[in-house]
Design a protein around this ligand. Structure first.
Ligand code: ZN
Length: 447
């Protein structure tokens, strides 16, 4: 018997085995039960989310003779032949491989004939957006006047490429990326049934990398089993996928947080020496930082006391940019190294390219000073006239010196509550912790 991939072997055979698409399952089951199946369905969604699996279960369900409920029995002649791929009434067309011209033409000829065995003739067209215009037109003619015994299931990862005339004749379902917990429990089930032992961190790790695709998740498990037999460890996965351990990412980010740029660069070198794909490492790193960002805002995810929100945002922006640049770089390590160097800079002056230019003395802030005043007037009208008497004389890195000729005005603006408002407004223009210094100018005014 030829080797069957885990994805094929453990493909759901019934509605209740399908993972993560409950909204679709429920509607289809009801339709089958009530014998109100539509003539055409359009299944849209990312790859590996179960569209063709769902189509096959539906094909079984509508022709099953052994079950009174919506679930196919899996044992009658019809169910067995669909499962074996030999059912004469279920035709699969892969539009991606030959763009469907001949098949759709043939389909138009044959569609009028009644099914050989079951109640329905089921046409499953995978990647339907790849059909040629000619094939679409032929399909449309059939969809316009579908014989009562025909059921179309069109599947696509790119619904925007399917003509509206076709979409409008179908009942559409959008398949979701499968949630991580659902992927994890499915991986655990399949591993148990296939006799694989997984190290504890393995299922969540695969689920994260697979990004909502069950097919990808099981594909990774397959590769790992081929490499290391029945016991699969995180280390195996890292070597298959070119990923790095969480410990390496933690060390790298820890070095950056501590301003140890040299140490961080050495981590990069180590990783490269291990033959890892640096593009994947960069993606891992941004995923790690994203997770921290969620943690920092109390939205789940991990946390690190050595990185505050501002710093996290800064890091994330730097490494996301590096990840982008690495795609086109002939030496992918270079953008990554530059990001490390930029992230490792001391706090002030870090994050170049993320923020508006630093306020230089006078003119830079002068440009926005009117706006700052207006905003202050909006937030605290009674104190605004006092601030209006100030002259911003110097603005350095997050430090603003205000000069007053009027001692009372200086005293009013220097009140903590007013300073805080002003600091918050400045923070909108140039993020950071601002310091306001009020000084009294006692030199006699020039005449
Ligand atoms: Zn059956």
């Amino acid at each position: 018997m030829p080797y069957q991939t885990l994805y094929r072997t453990w493909r759901p055979r019934r509605f209740d085995e399908i993972v993560g698409q409950n909204h679709v399952v429920r509607t289809l089951e009801n339709a089958v039960q009530a014998q109100r199946v539509a003539h055409a369905y359009l299944f849209c969604g990312p790859r590996g989310t179960g569209k063709t699996t769902m189509a096959k279960v539906l094909a079984k369900a509508v022709n099953c003779t052994g079950s009174r409920r919506a679930e196919p029995c899996g044992q009658c002649a019809s169910c067995v032949s669909v499962a074996a791929g030999s059912a004469v009434d279920v035709l699969e067309i892969d539009a991606a491989s030959n763009r469907g011209v001949d098949e759709v033409r043939e389909l138009r000829e044959r569609v009028k004939f009644h099914p050989a065995a079951g109640r329905f003739k089921v046409y499953i067209v995978d990647e339907v957006h790849m059909l040629t215009n000619e094939a679409f037109n032929a399909l449309l003619k059939t969809l316009e006047e579908p014989p009562a015994h025909v059921l179309f299931v069109l599947a696509t990862t790119e619904p925007h490429k399917v003509p509206l005339t076709v979409i409008s004749r179908c009942q559409r379902f959008d398949f979701r990326r499968i949630d991580q917990p659902d992927l994890v429990s499915r991986l655990e089930e399949v591993a148990a049934q296939a006799g694989l032992t997984l190290e504890s961190g393995v299922p969540p790790f695969i689920a994260r990398v697979a990004d909502g695709s069950l097919r990808d998740a099981l594909g990774i498990l397959d590769q790992a089993a081929a490499l290391s037999g029945n016991r699969i460890t995180l280390e195996d996965l890292h070597s298959i996928l070119g990923t790095v351990t969480g410990e390496v990412l933690e060390r790298l980010v820890g070095d950056l947080a501590a301003g140890e740029t040299g140490a961080a660069l050495r981590v990069l070198q180590e990783v490269q020496a291990q033959g890892k794909d640096l593009r994947i490492v960069a993606r891992e790193l941004t995923d790690y930082l994203r997770n921290l960002l969620y943690g920092a805002f109390g939205a789940g995810g991990a946390s690190r006391p050595d990185l505050d929100r501002d710093r996290l945002v800064e890091f994330l922006a730097l490494f996301a940019k590096a990840e982008q640049e690495m795609r086109f770089a002939t030496r992918p390590i270079l953008p990554l190294e530059l990001a490390v160097v930029r992230a490792g800079r001391p706090r002030t002056g870090a994050g170049e390219g993320l923020r508006p230019p630093e306020p230089e003395k006078g003119p830079e802030l002068g440009r926005v000073w009117e706006e700052v005043l207006a905003e202050f007037r909006r937030r605290k009208p009674p104190a605004a006239p006092w601030l209006a008497r100030a002259e911003p004389v110097a603005a350095g890195s997050r430090k603003l010196v205000l000069k007053f000729r009027d001692a009372l005005a200086k005293e009013k603006v220097a009140l903590p509550e007013n300073k805080v408002i002003l600091e918050n407004i400045l923070n909108l223009y140039y993020p950071g912790r601002w310091q306001i210094i009020c000084v009294l100018d006692e030199t006699p005014p020039k005449r």
